[in-house]
Design a protein around this ligand. Structure first.
Ligand code: ZN
Length: 208
């Protein structure tokens, strides 16, 4: 079982910037934008941005597989998938550090153990609270469920809107991006995949 899927190496932990470094970086961006970080309305802004960043990026240093380690035995007559729909998340794209907001739908077909439902939501939040691409986040959630639960099958769908598409570049708002990951039975058996796809796509259309 992989214990540390966290993308931080020892060197970057040792050189983690201080809070003061962060406050100064925000002041630099304000000055670069053409404003004065010393004017009244902006005085507290670096501190607020620092606290917001603490929240936005709290998923580093948390191990999703460890979150899934406490499992419960399953009634042998339960042979269907466990499905969670519309788990809301907000993350930040790693290309522009702008928000991407949407829903995760996931399913796993247990082998003989199940995990508390809230732990599944927690795994989503751990990956969301990092700099992400939607594609990578989809795969990372799927693989964490595989590593943590050893299920017979896993399916993850994500539907999200990216502010970097709405606010900049071609400025195309309200475009939903859909990504999918299938593992185990749902990867190898087209009929099982079609079944789970139908269930997961029935509710997940993001409302814009
Ligand atoms: Zn982006």
């Amino acid at each position: 079982m992989k214990k540390q899927p966290v993308p931080i190496d020892a060197a970057s932990r040792d050189t983690k910037p201080s809070k003061n470094d962060v406050l100064n970086a925000v002041k630099t961006l304000i000055r670069w934008a053409g404003d004065n970080p010393s004017r009244e309305g902006l005085l507290e802004t670096p501190e607020r941005v620092y606290r917001a960043y603490q929240e936005f990026f709290s998923g580093y240093g948390e191990d999703p597989v460890a979150v899934l380690s406490k499992t419960f035995s399953l009634d042998k007559d339960y042979t269907e998938p466990v499905i969670l729909q519309r788990i809301p998340f907000s993350s930040h794209c790693e290309h522009h550090i702008l928000p991407m907001v949407g829903f995760v739908d996931l399913a796993y077909l247990p082998q003989n153990r199940v995990v508390g439902l809230s732990k599944l939501g927690r795994v989503v939040q751990i990956f969301a609270k990092r700099l992400q691409t939607q594609e990578n986040m989809t795969v990372e959630i799927g693989k964490a469920l595989e590593d943590g639960l050893h299920p017979l099958g896993v399916a993850v769908h994500i539907s999200a809107v990216h502010q970097c598409m709405s606010l900049r570049g071609l400025k195309t708002p309200n475009v939903a991006t859909l990504t999918r990951y299938y593992g185990g039975l749902y990867k190898n058996d087209p009929r099982a995949r079609d079944d789970i796809k139908t269930v997961l796509t029935s509710e997940n259309q993001i409302s814009l």
